[in-house]
Ligand binder design. Structure first.
Ligand code: PRP
Length: 211
């Protein structure tokens, strides 16, 4: 059995904020720099980390292949994962919005087509408003879909707003607030209780100090 606690970190825009948070919590790593190894340890050998595609992290944590992970609430809400979710980390803060091309009134659009990486979240959003929308699932760069005529609007993340602006889009309505969460495997929560609890305590202190 592993002696270290194995934690999945999200590749991409959340990776550096996640390492920064760990560092402020006194968990220092080199982030796997200069190595081709997919896993790396903290300097004290208490934790082991693996950098994964964000969407895969809840899958690994739910199965127990890794003990814990850091992942955006956008991904957690898109599917139902059976994982323990003890802490909002207050990093990766952004909004999920419905956005349309500048000047387009979506109320006037019949048979609205929505491009998104979040089909279930978007479906729930429109169902809650009793509006019918045809969802077009894309893998990324969804802001281009209205420009190319694939969709009338998008449901996507906005952080600085720059991508929307530069592609002639305007946020029409908020879908949800998004932030990164710590998630933990349900079995690890019991079998690795001490290690998990001390990780939560370390991170919680940093989150609390910053809030
Ligand atoms: C995300 C998101 C938006 C953009 C928003 O995309 O999907 O496209 O960032 O950021 P901004 O408001 O600061 O401009 P990401 O870079 O993760 O790539 P993707 O489009 O391939 O999903």
């Amino acid at each position: 059995m592993r002696t270290t606690l194995l934690i999945a970190l999200p590749k991409g825009r959340l990776f550096d904020p996640a390492l920064g948070l760990l560092s402020r919590a006194g968990i220092s790593t080199d982030g796997g720099q200069g190595s081709r190894k997919l896993t790396f340890q903290d300097s004290e050998g208490i934790y082991e980390f693996v950098a994964l595609k964000p969407a895969d992290i809840p899958v690994y944590v739910e199965s127990g292949a890794v003990d814990a992970g850091i992942v955006g609430s956008d991904i957690l809400r898109e599917q139902d994962f059976s994982v323990y979710e003890p802490l909002d980390l207050h990093i990766g803060l952004c909004r999920m919005v419905l956005a349309a091309q500048d000047g387009v009134d979506l109320q006037q659009v019949q048979h609205m087509r929505i491009a998104t990486k979040y089909p279930r979240t978007a479906t729930r959003f429109f169902a809650a408003r009793s509006r019918h929308a045809h969802i077009v699932r894309l893998e990324g760069s969804v802001e281009i879909a209205p420009l190319l005529g694939l969709a009338d609007a998008i449901v996507d993340l906005v952080e600085t707003g720059r991508t929307l602006r530069e592609n002639g889009l305007t946020a029409v309505e908020d879908v949800s607030r998004v932030s990164a969460k710590l998630i933990v495997n349900r079995t690890a929560m019991k079998t690795r209780a001490g290690a998990v609890r001390s990780l939560i305590t370390l991170l919680d202190k940093v989150v609390y100090a910053n809030s």
